[in-house]
Ligand binder design. Structure first.
Ligand code: GRF
Length: 219
């Protein structure tokens, strides 16, 4: 990954892709507004007009684009349409914030597309593991620890290089909802943290391994 170019002296620009409730988008908007995440969101791209998260983009007056899979003959054409909007918005990075469609990452965005998954990859991930299904499988299997994973995406499900992971204990009294809520609270820390590391130019990728450079000494 080309580190984010700090010499440009501007915030990193993140295009956010959504399909669902948009809680992840809402969290990122709050982090940006409070100055905890040094970034800006020049565009939100939704895969469906029924994405409830659209309201957060509207409230924050962020340009909004709808790109629906049904309007494209192939997965490739769908991805190309999305990245046309991403480039037009001048985005440095793309994030999948509860985005439920597959996309093909073009060459100029390899290791520049970041997603979050609600388990410790490579457990409970891959095709069919999304949202509640992940936590259902975790409870059913009986593992004692789960968590979330922020990773770059490649062209396989939940497979690209891991940027950071945070663990969450599975408690005896956990229900689907209580576990989901605890994992999601962790996601709300992990995602902005990973993005801030990228914005600080501290993240590099070597093969499958992501290296995080130490924080520079305070000036
Ligand atoms: C979370 O499970 C997250 O891990 C996954 O999408 C869910 C959040 O969706 N990527 P949203 O932000 O509430 O729409």
């Amino acid at each position: 990954m080309k580190p984010f170019d700090l010499s440009q002296n501007r915030p990193m620009r993140i295009a956010v892709l959504i399909s669902g409730t948009g809680r992840t988008l809402r969290n990122l908007l709050q982090r940006v507004a409070s100055g905890q995440l040094h970034a800006e969101i020049p565009v939100v791209i939704a895969s469906t007009p029924s994405a409830r998260g659209l309201q957060y983009a509207e409230k924050a007056a962020i340009p909004l684009t709808m790109v629906e899979r049904k309007d494209f003959a192939s997965l490739g054409a769908y991805g190309e349409a999305i990245f046309r909007h991403v480039r037009a918005a001048g985005a440095d990075l793309v994030i999948l914030a509860g985005f439920f469609r597959r996309i093909v990452v073009p060459d100029d965005f390899v290791n520049h597309v970041v997603a979050i998954h609600p388990s410790l990859i490579p457990a409970f991930c891959g095709r069919g593991f999304y949202s509640h299904r992940v936590h259902e499988a975790v409870l059913e299997y009986g593992v004692k620890v789960t968590g979330c994973t922020v990773h770059f995406i490649d062209n396989e499900y939940d497979h690209g290089p891991v940027i950071l992971q945070m663990d969450v204990p599975v408690l005896e009294g956990d229900t689907l909802d209580s576990l989901e809520a605890r994992v999601f609270a962790t996601e709300c820390e992990a995602f902005p943290k990973a993005l801030e590391l990228i914005a600080e130019g501290r993240v590099s990728v070597e093969g499958r391994r992501v290296k995080i450079a130490p924080a520079p000494p305070p000036k």
